[in-house]
Design a protein around this ligand. Structure first.
Ligand SMILES: C[S@@+](CC[C@H](N)C(=O)[O-])C[C@H]1O[C@@H](n2cnc3c(N)ncnc32)[C@H](O)[C@@H]1O
Length: 290
């Protein structure tokens, strides 16, 4: 039998190419033992049982093969909240928190309304809509919130439902399996449309790490030749169905802003592109006027 300290040291050596080797191995050890970080430090000389040690090694082997640590520990923090993640969903990225902040900024102006309708298209783990609804619940008093989390992947929706339930907002969010806005009625009205659709280009704008390509679901990543195909289709649906909205916010990728502007200008008059905290053009805002 080996101590926590020795097991960790061996594991870190095995994955030493990773910038976050020690942190990742500690997270895996915490997960294998079912303990908090503090306990690892305080009990670092404690011996680890054979079953837990084997479990820990199995995680480290997968980590060394490139599997993201979030899938191994089934957790990712987003907007200060813990979300369950596995290979059915994209791991929520910190930059997508901007959509929650900007969505909240818009909805704060509507807090005097009796009911608010919000949709998150391509909801994945549900991180964006769950974080937004939690925030709204904490700020919005007794306003009625009708929220939709939409995804074409039934597997992703299973994860999203779990996350909504674990954060106590499953009654406010309807999860719908749909191709983008196909579920919406003609002329339906939404106060806010949020979308973080797949935007990696198959040919142009093909910025993707090997880890992401190997392990995260392809359906959550690729958006046609230039990455913007799903946005074009969603805008098309919105126009064809005569969907009315107050504001629409969407995330896109590195260096895609000029192409995004061209696409937006084919469908809408009143839009702007905004930077993320790193100063990179990252989000579009369309004012629908409703
Ligand atoms: C980039 S991920 C974003 C997931 C989540 N919103 C987040 O920010 O972490 C894109 C999501 O869009 C979904 N998706 C892909 N094609 C779709 C379509 N045609 N209609 C609806 N959702 C789609 C994928 O299944 C995936 O969950």
């Amino acid at each position: 039998m080996m101590s926590i300290r020795k097991l960790l040291a061996d594991a870190v050596e095995l994955v030493s190419g990773r910038a976050t080797a020690l942190l990742d191995c500690e997270l895996l050890m915490m997960h294998a033992l079912g303990v908090e970080r503090e306990s690892l430090i305080v009990n670092s000389d404690q011996e680890v049982g054979a079953v837990e040690a084997e479990l820990f090694y199995s995680y480290v082997r997968k980590l060394s093969e490139g599997m993201p640590v979030e899938y191994l520990i089934n957790a990712k923090e987003f907007y200060g909240m813990d979300f369950f993640v596995d290979e059915r969903v994209l791991i929520p990225r910190p930059e997508s928190e901007l959509l929650v902040d900007m969505g909240m900024e818009y909805l704060r102006g509507l807090l005097s309304k009796r009911a608010i309708n919000v949709v998150d298209v391509g909801t994945g783990s549900g991180a964006i809509i769950v974080a937004l609804i939690r925030q709204l619940m904490s700020e919005g008093g007794d306003m009625v919130v009708n929220a939709w989390g939409v995804d074409v992947s039934s597997e992703a929706l299973e994860v999203a439902k779990m996350n909504a339930a674990s954060h106590g907002c499953d009654e406010s969010i309807h999860f719908v399996e749909s191709d983008l806005m196909a579920f919406a009625e003609d002329g339906e009205k939404f106060d806010l449309i949020l979308a973080n659709l797949p935007y990696i280009g198959e040919v142009k704008h093909r910025y993707i790490s090997k880890e992401t390509e190997d392990f995260e679901p392809g359906i959550a990543l690729f958006g046609g030749e230039d990455g913007l195909e799903l946005y074009r289709r969603m805008f098309e649906q919105i126009k064809e169905k005569g969907i009315v909205f107050g504001e629409m916010l969407g995330e896109f990728g590195f260096a895609q802003a000029d192409d995004m502007r061209k696409v937006l200008s084919q469908y809408f008059d009143d839009f702007e592109i905004l930077n993320d905290l790193a100063g990179i053009e990252r989000v579009f805002r369309v004012r629908g006027g409703a």
